[in-house]
Structures are given as C-alpha cells and as structure tokens.
Design a protein around this ligand. Structure first.
Ligand code: G3H
Ligand code: 13P
Ligand code: ZN
Length: 332
C-alpha cells in the first residue's frame, strides 16, 4: 500500500473548496505518457495553477500502474524544480468498479471517480457508497456521477445523453457521501461533439452549438449550495488542430466542441473541475503530422514529440488563463 501523501500529492477537498469560492475551475487533464505529463506540469507551473492529473482505465493499462505512481512522485519533484509547488492530484477517471478504485487508492492515487452513471440509480448509490467508505479511511476523495454523457469514455459509449435530474442530487450525495459530483448538462466525450448542422452561426460566422443546460446546473446548485460539481466532456475541439490534422494527411470529419465562453461561465459557478482529454490528443496529433510532412527525413522521436509537447503546453496555459480561470491560484 502506498499513500498518496508519501508521494507529495494532495486530495481534492481544499482545492475544490477554494475553486468554488473563487469562481474558477481546476483543470483535469488526461495523460498517458511522459510528454503529456511534462506539458501539463510545465503549463500549470508557468501559470501557477493547481492541477488534477487524470488517468483513465485505458491509460492505466497502457502505462502500467507502478510506472504511473512513480511518474506522479516525479511530477511533484519536477514542479518543485521548476520553481512552484503547485497542488497536484492524481485521479482515476471513470473508475468502473470498487476493485479498480481500491487498486488505485492502494497505489498512491489521491482521488478516484466511481462512474456508476450507467447503472440503475440504487446500484449507483450502492457501489459509490462502498468506494467512499474505503477511500475516506485513507483521506482519498471520491467523485460520483449522475446522468449520462453522450460519446465514448473508455470502453463504454452512449449514443445519447440523459441530463442529470436535479431532484436526485441531494439524495445521491447524502446517501453516498461523495466529495464531488459529475453531472450531464450537454457536454459529451470525444472529438465529435456537435456536427455543423446542429450549430448556428454567430455574427462573426463562427459555428456555435446549442448552449449547455445552465438552467439544470443552477437548479443543482440551489439544491447543493457550495457543493463541488464536475464537468466531463469539456474539450473545445480547436479548429486550428482539426485543420492541421486534415491538411497533413488526416481524415477527421467536421465537429464543433464546447465553446470556451460557456466553459468560462460554468467555471464561475459551482463547477470546480473541468475534464479535458480530446483537445490534447488533437494538438499532439496535429503537430506530429505537420512535422512528419514537413521533415520526412526526421526519425528521432524527440524531434516530433518535443514540438508536440510544446504545443500542448501552450494550449493548456491558454485554458488555465483564459478559460478555467485557475491561473494564479496555486498558492491560495
Ligand atoms: O473520458 C474518457 C477519457 O477521454 C479517456 O479516454 O479511455 O481512451 O483513455 P481513454
Ligand atoms: P473530452 O473528450 O471532451 O476531452 O472529455 C474528457 C473527459 O471527460 C475525461 O473524463
Ligand atoms: Zn469523462
């Protein structure tokens, strides 16, 4: 058993309390490899932002849990070396069972999500409660979910979303004891969120998707004042990277993500954690494709992974500063 405290990590409790009070959201960036992790930490240190390093079950299988734990330890030391001891959480994204969550808690994770959102309500409560009882013994915080997002998350995919029912949230939170709650208000997983046909054009000619259901969010906030709310599926699908991928041999179909202004508005509310994965994949893939096309003789991985890492860093800095508002809050 390795406690996250030995690794220099923190849980989400204080972080979320400050974010809800301060009207900003903590970035939860997914990572699977060293370059992604370096980019996240460099960006968060440069912007003095707290951060949640997020590991999906797929990432755990890909990278190995022992390596991940030691990478997290390294990340804490790396942030220190870069000049700012930002608070760092190591979080399991979309845990599918008690056993997966327990494995992560026993291996140095400071926060876990138990995603029982596809289960019948009472079963979701039962498994979430069980994870909370185990996690809290070790001061690990737990995220639960109510409502279903469209799109693909790990091996689970849903064609349609079911918005969170505000009338269930108080009962769910009090019966499970979760520390935060992921909700469904119109975001979805993956790079294909809205087709251009589902959008309207604004005055500048930019495609704008249907607005998130801020009415449901504010009803939830009324019922759970000050309680930390989480938004999954919050990539904005930067069109510059979609274009770059297609320009250099890729084949992505047109898609529109969650507009940054809407995320900014959500971050000012009780939404205190915003999950972003797909945007990182797009930025990395676009950059690597561009370098492969422009320098076909290059075969040193550092020559394409390095620039991809720089592009990621720049994108994450922009999100922390201009979208989530977490920049400058590392030492609150
Ligand atoms: O919500 C899911 C994340 O984007 C993780 O995706 O299972 O392909 O690593 P993954
Ligand atoms: P995106 O696919 O919109 O990046 O969402 C990621 C996510 O919710 C991870 O849990
Ligand atoms: Zn998610």
């Amino acid at each position: 058993m390795t406690s996250y405290k030995e690794l220099g990590l923190v849980n989400t409790r204080d972080m979320f309390a400050k974010a809800v009070k301060g009207g900003y959201a903590i970035p939860a960036y997914n990572f699977n490899n060293m370059e992604q992790m370096q980019a996240i930490v460099q960006a968060c240190v440069a912007t003095k932002s707290p951060v949640i390093l997020q590991v999906s079950r797929g990432a755990r299988d890909y990278a190995n849990i022992n390596l991940l734990r030691n990478m997290a330890r390294g990340v804490v030391e790396y942030a220190h070396e870069l000049g700012c001891d930002i608070p760092i959480v190591l979080h399991l994204d979309h845990g599918d069972s008690f056993q997966t969550c327990k494995d992560c808690i026993d291996n140095g994770f400071s926060s876990v999500m138990i995603d029982g959102s596809s289960l019948p309500y009472e079963e979701n409560i039962a498994v979430t409660r069980k994870v909370v009882e185990y996690a809290h013994q070790f001061d690990v915080t737990v995220e639960g979910e109510l409502g279903v997002l469209a799109g693909i998350e790990d091996e689970v995919s849903s064609a349609t979303s079911h918005y969170t029912k505000p009338e269930e949230v108080e009962d769910f939170v009090s019966k499970t004891g979760v520390d935060s709650l992921a909700i469904s208000v119109g975001t979805s997983h993956g790079a294909y969120k809205f087709t251009p046909e589902q959008c309207t054009r604004n005055a500048e000619g930019i495609l704008v998707p249907p607005e998130l259901r801020f009415d449901i969010l504010s009803e939830i906030e009324k019922r759970l004042p000050g309680f930390p709310i989480v938004l999954h599926g919050s990539s904005s699908v930067p069109q510059e990277y979609v274009k770059m991928i297609n320009e250099f041999g890729g084949k992505l179909t047109d898609s529109v993500g969650i507009p940054e202004e809407q995320l900014r508005k959500a971050a000012k509310s009780a939404v205190c954690k915003i999950n972003i994965d797909s945007d990182g994949r797009l930025a990395m893939t676009g950059t690597i494709r561009r370098i492969f096309a422009e320098k076909p003789g290059e075969f040193d991985p550092r020559k394409y992974l390095g620039p991809a890492r720089d592009a990621l860093k720049e994108m994450y800095m922009h999100k922390n500063i201009d979208v989530l508002g977490s920049a400058g809050h590392a030492l609150d």
